[in-house]
Design a protein around this ligand. Structure first.
Ligand code: IMP
Ligand code: MG
Length: 216
């Protein structure tokens, strides 16, 4: 027999929307809930434990990739903080934010723009944990990693809540992965479609009508 792992299969049927609480204004835009909020939280708690085990020897700078990473970042850090304040060993944890933009409608563009954040040079000598919402082609992360390597951090690890199974992938894999997901456009838990759906707790598949409706 096979138990479930973190790879959500392509034929995953998901949960009916009316089993969970979904904002009224999005009901017609979504077909199903693919990862309920509670499951995201449970998986995040375990990722926090794995990260502290591997990185907890030295000052950690958690670098949030905005905007899509902010919910996962906040929840992951809460779990890391809980570990830090309840054990005999602990390390300082500081935060930084960077904004990268590569998407228009549901298409990744080739250009990755970096907007905002502290000078990356503040990361020199630190253990840097990059926190991202989803890796698709891998281009965003590869760009950020090459920028970071110029300022000589002591260690760099990447945690992404989601990794998409797609032929467009460059082959890049983050160090820590929450779930591997089918090649559909996902929204919710801060993942957006043209800025909509960040105000949805569960991760859901966007339907074709909605892609038209919120197109820019
Ligand atoms: P990559 O550079 O192709 O790996 O794309 C990564 C970025 O594209 C992520 O940080 C997201 O912002 C965005 N992205 C990719 N797939 C999705 C999706 O299914 N929903 C929402 N955003 C996505
Ligand atoms: Mg992102």
């Amino acid at each position: 027999y096979a138990t479930r792992n973190t790879a959500i299969p392509d034929d995953e049927k998901g949960y009916k929307l009316d089993l969970f609480c979904v904002p009224k204004h999005y009901e017609e835009d979504l077909d199903q809930v693919i990862i309920p909020h509670g499951l995201i939280m449970d998986r995040t708690e375990r990722l926090a434990r794995d990260i502290v085990r591997d990185m907890g020897g030295h000052h950690i700078v958690a670098l949030c990739v905005l905007k899509g990473g902010y919910t996962f970042f906040a929840d992951l850090l809460d779990y890391i903080k809980a570990l830090n304040q309840n054990s005999d060993k602990s390390v300082p944890l500081t935060v930084d934010f960077i904004r990268l933009k590569s998407y228009c409608n549901d298409q990744s563009t080739n250009i990755v723009k970096v907007i905002g954040g502290d000078e990356l040079s503040t990361l020199t000598g630190k253990n840097v944990l990059i926190v991202e919402d989803i890796v698709e082609t891998g281009r965003t992360m590869e760009t950020l990693l090459s920028l970071l390597s110029e300022c000589n951090p002591k260690m760099v690890k990447v945690v992404s809540l989601l990794v998409k199974r797609t032929p467009r992938s460059s082959g890049y894999r983050p160090d820590y992965i929450g779930f591997e997901v089918p090649d559909s456009f996902l929204v919710g838990y801060a993942l957006d479609y043209n800025e909509y759906f960040r105000d949805l707790s569960h991760i859901c598949i966007l339907n074709e009508n909605a892609k038209e409706k919120y197109k820019v």
